[in-house]
Design a protein around this ligand. Structure first.
Ligand code: AGP
Length: 360
């Protein structure tokens, strides 16, 4: 299984492997409606008062996802770009859990941030894909995302596995930390997780991302917007797009568009609007962009109101809003892949980039 198999690139193979890798991530971790992590028994986090995520790039976007989930459970939390940790961390103590989110477990900025936090007294946890990695060895505890080796420089399956692992971890934190409790619809969220690998298969089988990429590839710039849990997905969509197509792409919180970026919007700048839940801000702001001539692509379930006004649609199955963002992200992974393929880019090894960045 180590080769590319039937695929032209490892990235496409890894995108298509997600129903299997996610099933592996999930396996055994929800039992009788409870989240179960080996080595992290119930009550493990009973002393935690504050959570701080540190990460870079795609892993930072997965951490943003988790940060929002913890906030919704009433947990004090923050997410810090590891490369900015020295200026942005704020105080930590023994009741702070610093969570290093790193696929490789070897990213220098992330290791440096978690070492600084540990030296200042924080407790540490690695969420990583690589058993025996530096992050796993140096932190107090480790949780593995179980996505299998990722060869393509562009992170794809690891983002999905990180986000799901972190969502489950959020549930355990909410259960363990005194005076907070998991969000009301947690049971529904956990029940709907079973269907996620099947929903991913549906996206992979039915996606129109290839034809859409071909239709839009000559555009000047590509914008991605989303609010709430759609925000990290929009940022991740733009990162992936610029990383492998070398085209100009930017991601924004939907409501920020009108605070500056709207000046860049023209008929030559398609806007991909990630609308996966109650996204009133995304629809309103997408229409603002449309009024300036931008083609809008709704990345959403079929019944989202944005679909009625958008020029194009990347459809995702109906599911719990926490998982919907992951399905939207897979559509955007396919979009980036096919756009880069059409442009003849070096997809698995984009110029100037390395799989793991071991320098600060
Ligand atoms: C994403 O496609 C990139 N390859 C990059 O942003 C990556 O996610 C980042 O360098 C962090 O890597 P890590 O997860 O191994 O720490």
């Amino acid at each position: 299984d180590a080769g590319k198999g039937e695929y032209d690139h490892y990235m496409l193979k890894e995108i298509n492997s997600q129903p299997t890798t996610l099933a592996n991530t999930i396996e055994g971790r929800v039992q009788d409606g409870d989240v179960v992590f080996e080595d992290l028994p119930e009550g493990t986090f009973a002393d935690v008062e504050t959570v701080q995520f540190v990460a870079c790039g795609t892993s930072y976007h997965a951490a943003m996802y988790a940060d929002q989930l913890l906030r919704s459970a009433g947990i004090r939390t923050d997410v810090v770009r590891a490369s900015e940790y020295d200026s942005m961390s704020g105080p930590v103590d023994e009741n702070t859990l610093v969570v290093a989110v790193t696929q490789s477990g070897e990213t220098a900025d992330t290791l440096d941030a978690v070492r600084t936090a540990s030296a200042n007294g924080a407790r540490s946890l690695a969420v990583t894909n690589v058993v025996g990695s530096t992050a796993a060895r140096e932190t107090d505890d480790a949780v593995y995302i179980r996505a299998g080796p990722e060869v393509g420089v562009a992170a794809t399956k690891t983002f999905s596995s990180q986000a799901v692992t972190l969502a489950l971890l959020s549930q355990q934190l909410a259960a363990d930390i005194p005076d907070v409790s998991p969000p009301e619809d947690s049971d529904v969220m956990l029940e709907s997780l079973d269907a996620l690998p099947g929903h991913l298969e549906t996206v992979l089988e039915k996606s129109n991302a290839e034809s859409l990429a071909s239709e839009l590839i000559d555009s000047q710039s590509f914008f991605f917007i989303g609010n709430g849990l759609g925000h990290p997905v929009a940022l991740e969509g733009a990162l992936k797009f610029k990383e492998i197509t070398y085209e100009h792409a930017e991601g924004f919180a939907s409501g920020e568009l009108k605070h500056g970026p709207l000046a860049l919007v023209t008929p030559e700048t398609p806007v991909f609007a990630v609308a996966t839940g109650s996204d009133s801000k995304t629809k309103t702001n997408a229409i603002e962009a449309q009024t300036r001539g931008a083609p809008i692509v709704a990345v959403s379930p079929d019944d989202n109101p944005l679909v009625d006004v958008a020029e194009d649609h990347l459809s995702i199955p109906d599911t719990h809003p926490v998982w919907a963002g992951l399905l939207a992200n897979v559509q955007l992974q396919l979009l980036s892949y096919y756009a880069a393929d059409e442009l003849g880019r070096s997809i698995d090894k984009p110029r100037n980039l390395a799989k793991s960045v071991t320098v600060e």
